[in-house]
Design a protein around this ligand. Sequence first.
Ligand code: SAH
Ligand code: SF4
Length: 392
Amino acid sequence: MTATAPITQDVTTLPRNLPEGGPVNIVGLTREELSAALIAAGTPERQAKMRTGQVWQWVYHWGVRDFAQMTNLAKDYRALLARNFVISLPEVVTRQISADGTRKYLIRIAGGHEVETVYIPEEGRGTLCVSSQVGCTLTCSFCHTGTQKLVRNLTAGEIVGQLMLARDDLGEWPERGAPKDETRLVSNLVLMGMGEPLYNFENVRAAMKVVMDGEGLSLSRRRITLSTSGVVPEIARTATEIGCQLAVSFHATTDEVRDILVPINKRWNIRTLLDALRDYPNLSNSERITFEYVMLDGINDSDADARRLVKLIAGIPAKINLIPFNEWPGAPYRRSSPERIAAFADIIYKAGYASPIRTPRGEDIMAACGQLKSATERARKSRAQIAAETGL
Ligand code: SAH
Ligand code: SF4
């Protein structure tokens, strides 16, 4: 099956979608935005920095949701906060737990839309896979999300909210007064859920600023990986303005095949993508780029592909992550055999690259890479409708 749908969303990144009128949701505001909002609500300017720090700590370090519990603030000030602000997270509709411990949350965001978030526990660490859009404008032919049209971009609050919800569910907020506990259940975050994060750059950047802030959720930029299908013009900005680790959905070694698997390749082909990637480690001060490569039986998994792949990425500090294809109902491909994957991995390994094979997790609950798609499908909306609904 070929994906012939045109790419409908251009690279114009959309402005932040901040609420107007009514109580302001604190979750997802950057420090600067929170400070401005506190001033607008009547906080004297000279106190704004201190108040921002205090509120920030309550919300993001202690996980408090009620202004009454912010005990180092005067009662009057708590009342002012309660009049003007809310601390609001998306709603968890269902939680499924896989036999392997993977948790999948279906969450409902404003407007009744639904997205999925997946928690993957591992030995001594845990990774949260968050969504950045409801659906996706792109139409990668092997991806379940790609069959669901874009409904809208998530706000920064909805992105940060996914991490906070997972911490609620895992009971991971620190106990006040207890000794500092260094174990982190959610130690890593990957932007690999539904959507193309670089088509929602402004909100993703704001969300990551909140998540990386050392006085709050405090996930270091080295523990955050953003996965993109290859939105070339946003790659340098990701390096300089977010600075997280980058993963690229590479998946093919010729433009002919990549045009079908990852149709954004028709816009920015392999050569253009590789040129943008070459500068990323330097610009972001990160060690290497992860090349994601989904193993599709008979499509992109030959020895010749493996050899072409190492040739193409020569000179780029890289790790190649081989992802056995995760099937979904009606999927047009099959997973490569374990022997084929091993042979492919061997060629890459011998060329000097780490080539871990990603173990599919949570398959019994359709939580594995590329299987996410909200159960409630919606008809495609026009850009104008999306703009009208979200103010984007
Ligand atoms: N839109 C972004 C991030 C979300 S997809 C991107 O495309 O990079 C996260 C990863 O899962 C990508 O590498 C994607 O190519 C891969 N993926 C999608 N569908 C898959 C499937 N059915 N099996 C295995 N991996 C899949
Ligand atoms: Fe969108 Fe990524 Fe799926 Fe492609 S692989 S359709 S970019 S979510």
